[in-house]
Design a protein around this ligand. Sequence first.
Ligand code: C5P
Length: 338
Amino acid sequence: MTGAFRGDPVVRLAPAKLNLTLAVLGRRSDGYHALHSVMVPVALADRLALATTGGASDTLHVAGADCGPAADNLVLRAIAAARTAVAVELGPSIETPPLAARLEKRIPVAAGLAGGSSDAAAALDGALAAWGVDLPPAARLRAAASVGSDVPFFLAGGWAVVEGRGEAVSPVRSVRAPAPVALLVTPSVPVGTPAVFAAWAAGVRPSGRGAALAASRHLADELRAGMTARALLVRAGILAHANDLMPAAQHVVPGLVALRRGMIRALGTAVGQSGSGPTLWVIYPSVEDADAAAGAVRDALADGRIVSPGDGPPAVHVAPLVLDPPAIVPTGSDGSDT
Ligand code: C5P
């Protein structure tokens, strides 16, 4: 049941994120892991439309990539969290009628790009807009964190240093234009974040202890001081190694080792991993350069120089990093496959 929209829907673009760095500091008593990460939005986005319909309950219709049963989708959890937060903060008399949500899914699922969390942040913000109510920033943040660790980052909306389990989001200035452009290669193997953190907790970690944290802190300092796109590109080789979850992801999906090695050989450059994987990334100075690299990856996949785990070829996307201002993905950057 999708229900017909009444009037104009509220529309939000929900961008993917890339971890330029990801340091895991330790396991916390609540079972989550303490992080230090520089996270940036990229112009590969899902599209969410929300409207009241007069229906009896919230509904979700998903088009595009398969992301499992709608009932488990974070969009519905985020709308419910927004409704609860409104009742707690503003009182039960405020009306928060059921919403019909339509999600066009373009971001690969369970890929380390936090598409589901971004959808959730868009749903939280969009639900409040559809109801015509607002919440204090702290209440929005609490509601976001209750839905998932990556959701607060998307609510903040720009480049950020992310700490705690993900809820401590400190905005930093993005690099200055021209926007560096990410090549994203996502093998068709969904990777569950809990399994990767569990492998890290069991001791599957990088040999260079503290290197990712040092790189992450250094990048955060450079961004705070004001960084050019060129300086970021010069750093890319170091950043590509600054992910403490890479060995753990490779433990969960052993084929990631060969994929990364094949990409390094075919592209002649360092290759990073976003979040808990399996998406691998390289950043380039321009769309033309990233497109050329995407072509080289496809050629190498076709003739067997790159072998990717999973059923079928990986998804290959070219997506500029989203600079501020604006802190949202510009209309028209629909993240379509190149
Ligand atoms: O918060 P979220 O539901 O997105 O987290 C999914 C899972 O990822 C958690 O249940 C946990 O296993 C792992 N996780 C973690 N430390 C974090 C974030 C996520 O261990 N900071």
